[in-house]
Design a binder for this molecule. Sequence first.
Ligand code: NAD
Length: 352
Amino acid sequence: MKEFTYTALPSRVIFGPGKLASVANEVATIGANRALVLCTPQQRAQAEQVGALLGDKLAGIHDGAEMHVPIESARAARAIATDLDADCAVAVGGGSTIGLGKAIALDSALPIIAIPTTYAGSEMTPVYGITENGIKTTGKDVRVLPKSVIYDPELTYSLPVGMSLVSGMNAIAHAAEGLYAKDGNPVMSLIAEEGIRALAAGMPVLLETPNDVDARSQCLYGAWLCGSVLGHVGMALHHKLCHTLGGSFNLPHAETHTIILPHAMAYNSLAAPAAMARIAHAIGAEDGPTGLYALARQLGVPTALRNLGIAETDLDRACEIALSNPYWNPRQIEAAPLRALLQRAWEGSEPR
Ligand code: NAD
């Protein structure tokens, strides 16, 4: 067995259908009394539901969360938190809303309670991202890690099935890369395999019955585990490539992860055979990369970059950008195979 160092992040998780009702208790548990509820304009109704449950612990609702956390929106939210004399933030939403909470916490140390409504996993990580002048800067600071997380599967019923499935594939990507992480450890590998299994079991059910409480619970449970892997160990080729494509070509986050995942796994498969075996086992396939591709086809999620609006003529530049910033990966990152990976992902052909 290889040597490892494992530092667990502090985490309090409340899980179950209807657990949203415990939000006021969670505010009290973290020692706070005046909560600013954060959401996007699209999720205002869910935020108001949270506000009603908070009762006299509600300081106000701010529905200004946006994708990629522009610095202006972070500053505006910080000012509102100060004006309302809030002593905690309750972020109800996906990675963008939780990201806004993190941006406030970074400056003010305001504790966050996260109520995730997608499978992106930000609530389990000390990583934040803020966009200034079109450039997204990410960093790591344990102050932005939510103090408490409420996972209530009932809040995910309103997430359209298509978005749920790409969000689930995004979560699987965290666990898949965690299985071969340079700083990985046996505990995170157990969590990663179980997270992939739960999502791969739950997602096909959502196609037929989007409000199936067991399937929604499986998916959210899987998202928690996969998010935890993302929070604890370093990512490699897959996440860097998605960051490049998202940032430089403005491609949608979860869809990009969904398309790249089988191809990034195929790129690394010979260098990380144990990880591939665990992925295959978790999804009930013979092979990890082709099994993930088959799962994507079965779910009917996007499998070709060309359908996201990136031109074939952009692939050379994407490859150059991805090569310009070296990082650790189980297999060396080289121009020709990376360009071939991008070509296959663009066409939507089988990974190899
Ligand atoms: P998102 O938060 O951008 O949400 C997309 C849209 O879906 C929003 O309009 C949102 O209001 C809506 N939505 C979310 N849940 C819903 C629900 N249950 N019902 C109806 N509508 C709902 O999407 P995301 O994929 O969760 O997050 C992506 C962002 O999070 C990216 O910017 C990514 O970089 C970031 N992220 C950060 C980390 C981290 O560790 N810092 C981890 C994962 C993702």
